[in-house]
Design a protein around this ligand. Structure first.
Ligand code: NAD
Length: 359
């Protein structure tokens, strides 16, 4: 591979959904991007092929596991910046294999931080954390008058959950991402590594290989497009604020550009109250887009599942200078168009699925 630009932007999990979209934006700007990924997630090798075919001179690839400290130290040795997306990403899997979840999410993150601490340049690291660090928000009084769980408190309903909310880790995934989130912030405090934490709500958009375990917006669409039933865990009134991937990418790039002022900060990143939707609302929208109601099966709620989570994005928008996000209906229709062209993804969905054994 011929690479341009000496110090690469390293993107761990760069074959994954959010990571490949970030890598694409940097490569399009003429930066050299080094993707670090094990390709552990089924289907992501297609994202890597897509990146390499779009940017043959600007994207290189290291098939490395973030759990391997010495290999990771080499990979980030002359990075100009590190975007850290590689992770064990599903709550369900973390409940089946907590030790592996810990190793990837906590030890893997610590490996990167230690490599940066030891490096001369101390490149910035921007970390993808999650709303799960705030726990199940059981103390927030909710009402489901409108068919969607929303806070009784009008002020909270209009702003969403802010960064001052106390941390409360639920499920092994919540614990491992939350611990990593705190380590990342502390390496700015204790060692002067310029770091930023993005506590993301639901991100959706092209190149998302959504499954029952993670990536629900894409997953619902994939099932509906392939005529398969959608499993709903709980009453379907759960509410999330969804953010189109291009807007998430914009926030990551802004964090790097403004690293001098935002290092050591954590931001809640999502679509905000204007893009807060229930699972039922998404199902209805899919019915409209496809001209037929998707088939649905209901199951018991999943452990640790928040009935309501909407990000208060005011801090991120002000400090990172973010524009208005893409409206959720327009974003969902763009994702639908992309998925319609992904015939092999649909074919895979038609095949028997391991996740079906899960209640
Ligand atoms: N997508 C969302 O809505 C969302 C929401 C909150 C937080 N996040 C976080 O954002 C990040 C990216 O999420 P995504 O949706 O793009 O997930 P993804 O699964 O598409 O991407 C993760 C990538 O990491 C790779 N990977 C897994 N284990 C690895 C290891 N040990 N070493 C190297 N690579 C490894 C996978 O192969 C995959 O390509 C994750 O850290 C996730 O926890 C995502």
């Amino acid at each position: 591979v011929t690479v341009v630009g000496l110090r690469p932007v390293v993107v761990t999990g760069g074959a994954g959904f959010v990571g490949c979209n970030v890598a694409d934006r940097f490569a399009a700007e003429g930066r050299h991007v080094l993707v670090v990924d094990t390709l552990a997630r089924p289907g992501v090798e297609r994202n890597l092929e897509w990146l390499k075919s779009r940017h043959p001179r600007h994207v290189s690839f290291a098939r490395e596991d973030i759990r391997r400290a010495s290999a990771i130290a080499e990979v980030v040795a002359d990075a100009s910046a590190v975007f850290h997306f590689a992770a064990q990403v599903a709550v369900t899997t973390s409940l089946d294999s907590p030790r592996e979840d810990f190793a990837v999410n906590v030890e893997g993150t610590l490996n990167l931080l230690e490599a940066l601490r030891a490096s001369k340049g101390k490149a910035p690291l921007i970390f993808a954390s999650t709303n799960k660090v705030y726990g199940d928000l059981a103390d927030v009084a909710l009402t489901a008058e409108t068919g969607a769980w929303l806070p009784e408190d009008e002020a909270l309903r209009s702003t969403g959950i802010g960064e001052d909310r106390s941390l409360d880790f639920h499920t092994p995934y919540g614990c491992s991402k939350g611990a990593a989130d705190q380590y990342v912030l502390d390496y700015a405090r204790s060692f002067g590594v310029p770091t930023v934490v993005m506590r993301m709500s639901c991100i959706y958009g092209p190149r998302q290989m959504g499954t029952e375990d993670q990536g629900w917006v894409a997953h619902f669409l994939i099932r509906a497009l392939s005529g398969e039933p959608i499993s709903i865990f709980g009453d379907g009134r759960q509410v999330r604020d969804v953010l189109y991937v291009d807007d998430a990418v914009g926030a990551y790039l802004a964090a790097l550009k403004r690293i001098g002022t935002v290092a050591g900060r954590a931001y809640n990143l999502g679509g905000g109250p204007a893009n807060a939707i229930s699972l039922r609302q998404l199902l209805a929208e899919i019915g409209q887009l496809l001209g037929r109601e998707p088939a649905v099966e209901f199951f018991a709620p999943r452990p640790g599942d928040q009935r309501y989570y909407v990000s208060d994005t005011r801090r991120a928008r002000a400090e990172l200078g973010l524009a208005d996000p893409v409206g959720w209906r327009s974003g969902v229709s763009r994702l639908t168009e992309w998925l319609r062209g992904q015939h092999d993804l649909m074919a895979a969905e038609g095949a028997p699925r391991a996740a079906e054994a899960r209640p």
